[in-house]
Every structure is written in structure tokens, then in C-alpha cells.
Design a protein around this ligand. Structure first.
Ligand code: SF4
Length: 897
């Protein structure tokens, strides 16, 4: 194991001198190096180290100062950046003419950042240049309000803490330390320099710790794509660890957050190829990636927030389903299956939102003991009792107590032992609650909704990274790696567009002032110099360094960053060997695969009732596997629960309106006998009845304007349709939604014919309503796209004279009949006899059509019964477009192969 820091620095650490690091990570690095030295016997015993980060040190001076003020009421309060952001937000509404585009869109975080820059870089906020643009002058006004508010409340903004500490040393309220060693500060800001100058004047001895370069080898390489580059880095890291298991490896990238998911996936597969077969969430990994996630994205916190939201009295069905599946609620394991079944039931209930009392009622009425959830009823009842105060405004600290008791009432975070990550997440959540309580500083009492909104925001903005044990590989960003050392360091993503970082000045401070002071991110020149400083430090402080870049990033060609052009280029294969395929790829490549012909399923046994009706024939025609999966395996997609009518429900409504109308009216003559007002009234009654019926099935859905809009749509479409019927040749005996059972190909299918009526010559017209734009050609061929009407016609074969087969188009803007008729004029004055129509190419004579259709549907039914189930979409794209079985049939994988 290498020792990266020299003896004089080890001696400084061992002697207990104060060492201040630029960040926490450097502190951990120094402690680890010291521990190695003790293990190696360099020191006879382990001393207590006095290593702290700069921010930690400032806070310790602050704490000392606070302890000197005996009267609590005289103590100022230190406000952190989130608390300060709340103050900025609160005051934004008080700035006159707050109408600038930048200021409107600028978050209070940007203003807080500008204020910190002013403090850190000692900018003159009275500088006349602040008045040169609307945005900077409004910010200047906003900042005066902020400073006044902070001062009035005796708060100290965290970015001005160094100034306060300087004052404490200056006035000798606190003695300056005798000796301080600064470890790896890339630069001192003017604010830090002023503080350290003051300490020098007070007699402190300040020493910057510089380390000698230790780099032995460095080279650069390139890979074709970003993913290839990540894979090469992972493979290289694995190969160096195989040669030297005690080595410390660093993988560093300037834009790690952009490729973090790919990095995790690739490193998992390279370091533990069989990881593809394991649940990854709690897998112990041999690497540590420095990228946190928002607390709200952690399941244990997300469910806690849902539970708190439940106190409003209701949740959406999707939220209830997540609650029922949650392992973080008491009784989750014991009632896992029952809760899952219950979740399915409420999904199918048609409700979009369900109240707490309704859920308890549904659960209590569950008669089937096998599916009852007594613990859940207890949990929800206890929760109901704990939520009684949500209508009062309270201080945020009181809301925290209230939320705690709500969570406790449901047994959050559950009975099972939390994983290490979950445990740390819950602890991080508890630590973030003071940020929520800070809302009280600016708002005092808040309502339940305000409290829920803000606690969600705190969870969204709190980034949390679980601590992992010391791992051989550390993956991190460039700035985090500054001051650390590795046996092997791979700097990836070092292309000319990523490194140096692009400049990004703060828009609320005059740019010219930022450039004068050379503030961070203010200009390309500044970024070049700063990035060079970081690069030199990274490269010099590790033993063996590889720098890489992708030749292309998406469609963009990349070149090596100008900071690395002088290093020797070597072929990536010399570093990594040939890129090894992933486990899944090697499985496919090396395994002996047995080929199983699975396109024929077991035949349907005689006597088995087949559910599914005409859609079986439609699916068998479109793709035999779809018919097999949906109707024999019972595969169903999980449909999202929507708070609007689904297209199917809207179609059903229209069918119902027309059914009700023709039930009363029965013939064209009866309809024509109605006056316009009577006709409209009858349509209106049918529309209202159909909406009422739906309302009883899906309460709370059709309300107010939404119901009115739906009513308008139904009335307009129905009226347009009846106009088309009025222009038809006479017809009688209208029957709608006729249900019957038909035996086809040895199977009994339940069918429902949308409409049939009797034409003047006594023949029957059968109609299928369509809300889309169907094509009549879809009735013909070996695999018809629209086999419903051919099936209905086949039912009548030899029994009834069919005079017309029709689609009833019910699409707004194109309402009317479309189809084929036996004789000219039998439908309306424009209808041509079949033999003269375009569709005559499918059959020479009318009388040949129905027998041909009968053959087709019998063949399809017979195929289904015999088990024909091959993955064979009729149209390779169109048939699959809306089919929900793609993940089951794996058509995409087949195509890729
Ligand atoms: S996705 Fe395509 S291939 Fe797969 S079952 Fe559906 S229609 Fe057939």
C-alpha cells in the first residue's frame, strides 16, 4: 500500500497541529494516510489529529463565540444557505418593479449565490456599475432589503461568517491560533486572505502545505464513444487491481453527473459480471461513486411524504397503490399478498382519487378472509386519529411533531430491518428537518398545504449520498479529487468542450466587476488558468495517470483538451487489452443454445369456454402470439388510472346514447316524424341518461365543466349521426348492441353487433361504429385488419340476406357511413352496387363475399384453437405500435438479432 504524503506532513499531523483542508474529503484522505503510517510503524502510537475543513473550522470558532454569550436572548443566529434562500424568496415580493425577465426567472438561489460572491470576493456593492442594467440594479435593491432584514433579526448569513470571525480575532474576543497549516487550497478568495492576514497580525503562524509531485507515468488515449471510454476505464481499473489488490484507484470526470447512470451500469458489469442477475439496490460494490440523490428520490422518504400527504384526506389511486405495496408501512410483509390483491381491486374501481374513509370502508367490507388486511385497517384507523389538526395553521416546528406522529401511526419505516442505505437516508431526512423548521423564520404559522409543499421541497433539494466503506476504487468529479492521491488515476471525459469548464458568470453582478476580480466562472481565461491549476495538481499527486477523451459525444466530434496535448498518446488496447464483452454478451456468445420451436401452443381442449369474443379473431389475424398471450395466458398491461375518460369509455358512452335513442325510435320513419325540438329533446335525454349511468360507476369524474364538455360532444356527434340516418333510404327495425353467441371454428364466441336494421328490400344492413378512420379494405385478405364485420356477416351465412356491411364513422368532422352494398341506392342516393365499387377487386360478385369471409374467420378461429401462436405481426410496425405484449414476445430483441 503506497504512502502518498511525505514525512514532514505526517509529522505535522502526528504532532496535533491544526490542519485546515479545503473540503471534508481531503480531511478523510489525510486521516487515512496517517492511519496507514501508524499501521506501518512510522509512529509508535496513534495521536489525536486536529484536522478540519475550512467550513468546519469557521463553525467551531462560531460555536466558541456563542458559548461566550451568556444571555441566550443576545445570541445571534447563523443561517445556512437554504434558510437564507427562504429570506431571499420572502423579500422578492417587496422589490419594486420586480419585472425583469432575468429576475423573474432567477431563483432566490441565484441571488444567494450572488450575495456569497460579493462577500467572498469583497466586491463593492455600492459600485455605480450595479445601476447600469435593470437586473443588477434590482438585485442591488433586493440585497439592501435582505441585509436589513437579516440585521434586524440578528441573523448571520453563512457567507459572511469569515468576516465575523476576522472581527473576533481583530478585537481579540477570541485568540487567534498559534499555528495553522492549510492543506491544498487551490486559491484563497479575498475574504479568506483578509481573515488570514488579520490572524497573521495577531501572531498566528500560517503555513501552506505543498506536496512534491509524485507522478511516475502519464499517457493519454482516446475511445470511440463515451460508453467505450467508461468501459475502458472500468476494465483498466479491474486489471490494475488484479495485479495489485492493495492499490488505490481513482476515476475522475469533469461531467460525472451527466454520465453517472452509465458509469454505474458499466462498472457493475465489469467488476461483478453476474450483477446482471442480482438485485442491484443493496449490492455491496467494490467502488464508491461520489454522486448523491435527492432525498425525495429515495423510496423510504418518498413514501413518508405520501403518508404525510394522506392527511389531506385522500390520495390518487396510483398513490394508494404505492402505499399498499410499500414495505415501509406496518404489516407490509404479513399482508403482502392481500395488499397486492387489494391494490389491483382499487385500480379496477374506476376511481381516480379515494378518500381515507372510503379505503377503510372498502377494506372493512372485504368478505373474503383470504384477502383481508386487518393490520392495514388498524394502521389507517390510527392514522385517521393522528391527522385531526391539519386544518390549523401551526409553526413549522409543530408541524414536524405532527408529521412524526402521523408517520409513527402507520409504523413508518416498517417492520423489516432497514438496509444500511435506507437507515442512512432516514437519518439524513431527520437532519434536514431543521431546514424545514427554518420556514418559521420568515412565515411564522403556516397551513398544512404550505407545510407539505415546503417539506417536499426540502426533500427535493437535499442531496444525500450514503457513506460507503473504504473501497479500492473511487469515482468522483474533478474538483472533489483535488488534493487526493491514487496509485492509479484515470481522468476521463477530458475533451476540449468539457475541460476547462465553460465560463458562467452570475447575471446579477456586473460582468465587468466579476472579471476585474477574476471571480470563479467569470471568463474563459479565468477558467483556463483555474482548470490548469487543478489539472496539474491531479496529475502531479498520483503515481500512474491515464487521460482519456471520447472521439465522439453523440453527433459531436471531440478533441483532447488543450491542457493535455503534450502527453504521449497510446492505443487504448495497450492499457486495457481488448474490450471484454459484458457477461450478458458473453453468455449469448459462448453458451450452447438449444433451439425450441415454440410457435405452436397446446391446443384448446374441447369444452373450454373461451373469453374474449371477437377480439380473439382480430388479434389472431394481427399477430397469433398476441391472441395467445392475451386470451390464453391472460396477460394484461397495467393501465394507468386517469382522471379523464379513456378513449374506450368515450366510445362506450356514444354507443349507449345511440342504443337508448333507437330503443325508443326503432325506425327511420319514427325519427323523421319528430320535430327538430322533439328530436333534440330525445337526444338530450339519452345523453343525460348515459352520463348519469357512467357517473354511478365512476363517481367524482364527470363534474362541472368536464361533464358539460362531454355532453356537448355527445350531443353534437349524435345529432350529426342522425342527420346521416335521415338522408338514408328508408330503413326499419333498428336493433343496437345485439348480443349473441356464435360458434366459429369449434369455438363459442360472445359477440355484440353495434347495429343492424332492415332495408327497403327486406335485406339486413349491419353496422360497426368506429371513432377512428377505418378502411373498408381491412375486411379482406387472409389476415383482415378489421375482422369484426366479416365475422358478423359469417354468422348470418345462409340465414339472412345481407344488403349492406357498413362502418359507422363517429369521428368529429367526418360522421357518416362507409362500406359495401348489394345494390345501388339501397343505402342512400350515392351508394353504388358492389360490382361497381372499388372493393369489387376483392370478389367478383356480392354473393361470394360472405362465404369468403366465413372461410377466413373459421380458419383464424381454427388456428387459435390449434395453438398457432407464432410471433408474426401482420404489419411489422403498425401491428406492434399499440400492442402491449412487446415485453413478453420480445419482438424488438428478435429484430435486433
Ligand atoms: S408486439 Fe408485435 S410481435 Fe409482439 S405480440 Fe404484439 S403484435 Fe405480436
Amino acid at each position: 500500500m503506497s504512502q502518498f504524503i511525505n514525512h514532514s506532513l505526517l509529522q505535522i499531523l502526528h504532532s496535533g497541529n491544526l490542519v485546515i483542508t479545503a473540503n471534508e474529503r481531503q480531511g478523510r484522505f489525510l486521516r487515512r494516510e496517517y492511519a496507514k503510517a501508524v499501521t506501518d510503524g512510522i509512529f509508535p502510537h496513534q495521536a489525536t489529529l486536529n484536522v478540519t475543513s475550512y467550513n468546519g473550522w469557521l463553525q467551531s470558532v462560531w460555536a466558541l463565540f456563542m458559548s461566550m454569550i451568556e444571555d441566550d436572548s443576545q445570541q445571534p443566529s447563523l443561517i445556512n444557505s437554504r434558510q437564507s434562500q427562504l429570506v431571499w424568496e420572502f423579500l422578492a415580493g417587496k422589490v419594486n418593479e420586480f419585472d425583469s425577465v432575468v429576475l423573474k426567472t432567477a431563483s432566490s438561489a441565484l441571488a444567494g449565490q450572488a450575495n456569497s460572491l460579493i462577500n467572498e470576493w469583497e466586491l463593492d456593492s455600492e459600485d455605480a456599475r450595479f445601476s447600469q442594467t435593470v437586473d443588477t440594479s434590482l438585485f442591488s435593491e433586493w440585497r439592501k432589503l435582505y441585509l436589513g432584514h437579516v440585521d434586524y433579526n440578528r441573523w448571520i448569513d453563512i457567507s459572511s461568517l469569515p468576516d465575523l470571525v476576522r472581527e473576533l480575532f481583530h478585537k481579540s474576543i477570541i485568540p487567534a491560533p498559534n499555528e495553522i497549516h492549510f492543506y491544498h487550497f487551490a486559491e484563497f478568495t479575498p475574504q479568506q486572505q483578509s481573515l488570514f492576514d488579520e490572524m497573521s497580525r495577531k501572531g498566528s503562524q500560517l503555513v501552506r502545505v505543498d506536496r512534491e509531485p509524485i507522478c511516475k507515468t502519464i499517457c493519454r488515449t482516446s475511445l470511440k464513444t463515451v460508453e467505450d471510454e467508461i468501459k475502458a476505464a472500468a476494465q483498466w481499473a479491474r486489471s490494475v487491481l488484479e495485479l495489485d489488490p492493495n492499490a488505490k484507484v481513482g476515476i475522475v470526470a469533469p461531467a460525472l453527473e451527466d454520465c453517472a447512470d452509465t458509469v454505474v451500469r458499466v462498472f457493475d458489469q465489469v467488476f461483478d459480471p453476474s450483477s446482471v442477475m442480482k438485485p442491484l439496490a443493496n449490492m455491496a460494490r467494490p467502488y464508491n461513486i461520489s454522486l448523491g440523490k435527492a432525498l425525495i428520490d429515495q423510496p423510504v422518504i418518498c413514501r413518508a411524504l405520501d403518508i404525510i400527504s394522506m392527511a389531506q384526506g385522500y390520495l390518487t389511486v396510483e398513490e394508494w397503490v404505492l402505499f399498499l405495496h410499500s414495505p415501509f408501512v406496518r404489516g407490509a410483509d404479513a399482508e403482502f399478498l392481500n395488499r397486492t390483491v387489494f391494490a389491483q381491486k382499487i385500480r379496477a374501481s374506476g376511481f381516480h382519487t379515494i378518500t381515507l374513509s372510503e379505503i377503510i370502508e372498502f377494506l372493512s367490507s372485504e368478505e373474503d378472509e383470504e384477502f383481508s388486511c386487518p393490520i392495514l385497517i388498524e394502521v389507517l384507523t390510527a392514522f385517521t386519529e393522528s391527522r385531526d389538526a391539519v386544518y390549523q395553521d401551526m409553526r413549522p416546528s409543530d408541524w414536524v411533531t405532527r408529521f412524526d406522529s402521523m408517520l409513527e401511526s402507520v409504523g413508518w419505516p416498517g417492520n423489516r430491518q432497514l438496509t444500511s442505505t435506507e437507515y442512512q437516508t432516514v437519518e439524513a431526512w431527520k437532519k434536514s428537518l431543521p431546514d424545514f423548521e427554518a420556514l418559521g423564520m420568515v412565515k411564522g404559522h403556516v397551513s398544512f398545504l404550505e407545510a407539505v409543499t415546503y417539506i417536499n421541497r426540502v426533500a427535493r433539494e437535499t442531496i444525500f449520498q450514503p457513506q460507503s466503506p473504504d473501497t479500492p476504487v473511487d469515482i468522483m468529479g474533478t474538483l472533489e479529487a483535488e488534493g487526493l492521491s491514487f496509485d492509479y488515476l484515470w481522468l476521463m471525459g477530458m475533451n476540449d468542450t468539457s475541460w476547462p469548464l465553460p465560463s458562467k458568470p452570475n447575471p446579477l453582478i456586473p460582468i465587468v466587476m466579476q472579471r476585474e476580480k477574476n471571480i470563479a466562472r467569470s471568463s474563459p481565461e479565468r477558467e483556463f488558468t483555474f482548470s490548469k491549476l487543478i489539472t496539474d495538481s491531479l496529475v502531479n499527486q498520483s503515481l500512474n495517470v491515464v487521460v482519456s477523451y471520447p472521439e465522439t459525444d453523440g453527433d459531436v466530434s471531440c478533441r483532447i483538451s488543450s491542457l493535455f496535448v503534450e502527453h504521449d498518446h497510446i492505443d487504448s488496447e495497450e492499457l486495457t487489452g481488448a474490450i471484454v464483452p459484458f457477461y450478458s454478451e458473453s453468455l449469448v456468445g459462448t453458451a450452447h443454445l438449444e433451439v425450441i420451436d415454440d410457435h405452436i401452443a397446446p391446443p384448446v381442449e374441447s369444452g373450454v369456454i373461451i373469453e374474449g369474443g371477437v377480439s380473439i379473431i382480430k388479434h389472431q389475424s394481427a399477430c397469433p402470439f398476441r391472441a395467445f398471450a392475451e386470451h390464453r395466458l391472460g396477460a394484461r398491461p397495467i393501465e394507468p388510472v386517469d382522471d379523464l375518460l379513456s378513449p374506450a369509455e368515450r366510445g362506450e358512452l356514444l354507443h349507449r346514447v345511440l342504443e337508448l335513442f333507437w330503443k325508443q325510435t326503432t325506425s327511420q320513419a319514427s325519427m323523421l316524424a319528430l320535430s327538430d325540438i322533439q328530436l333534440l329533446k330525445r337526444v338530450d335525454e339519452c345523453v343525460v341518461q348515459s352520463l348519469d349511468e357512467l357517473d354511478s360507476k365512476r363517481p367524482r369524474l364527470l363534474r362541472g365543466a368536464y361533464r358539460e364538455l362531454e355532453k356537448e360532444r355527445l350531443t353534437s356527434l349524435c345529432s350529426a349521426w342522425l342527420e346521416a340516418d335521415a338522408k338514408r333510404a328508408p330503413f326499419t327495425q333498428v336493433i343496437t348492441e345485439k348480443r349473441s353467441t356464435v360458434t366459429i371454428g369449434g369455438m363459442e364466441l360472445r359477440v355484440r353487433i353495434d347495429r343492424q336494421d332492415v332495408l327497403e328490400d327486406g335485406s339486413v344492413a349491419i353496422t360497426d361504429y368506429k371513432s377512428g378512420d377505418p378502411s373498408v379494405s381491412g375486411w379482406f385478405g387472409d389476415r383482415p385488419d378489421e375482422p369484426q364485420l366479416p365475422l358478423y356477416a359469417a354468422m348470418y351465412k345462409g340465414r339472412t340476406d345481407i344488403g349492406a356491411v357498413l362502418f359507422g364513422g363517429l369521428k368529429s368532422g367526418s360522421v357518416g357511413y362507409k362500406g359495401i352494398v348489394k345494390e345501388a341506392g339501397i343505402l342512400n342516393e350515392k351508394s353504388k352496387a358492389f360490382e361497381e365499387s372499388r372493393e369489387s377487386k376483392h370478389a367478383e360478385q356480392w354473393d361470394q363475399i360472405v362465404p369468403a369471409w366465413s372461410d377466413t374467420v373459421h380458419r383464424l378461429a381454427n388456428d387459435y384453437r390449434q395453438g398457432v401462436a407464432d410471433v408474426s405481426p401482420k404489419h411489422p410496425v403498425k401491428s406492434c405500435e399499440y400492442c402491449p405484449m412487446a415485453s413478453l414476445c420480445r419482438v424488438a430483441e428478435n429484430r435486433a438479432a
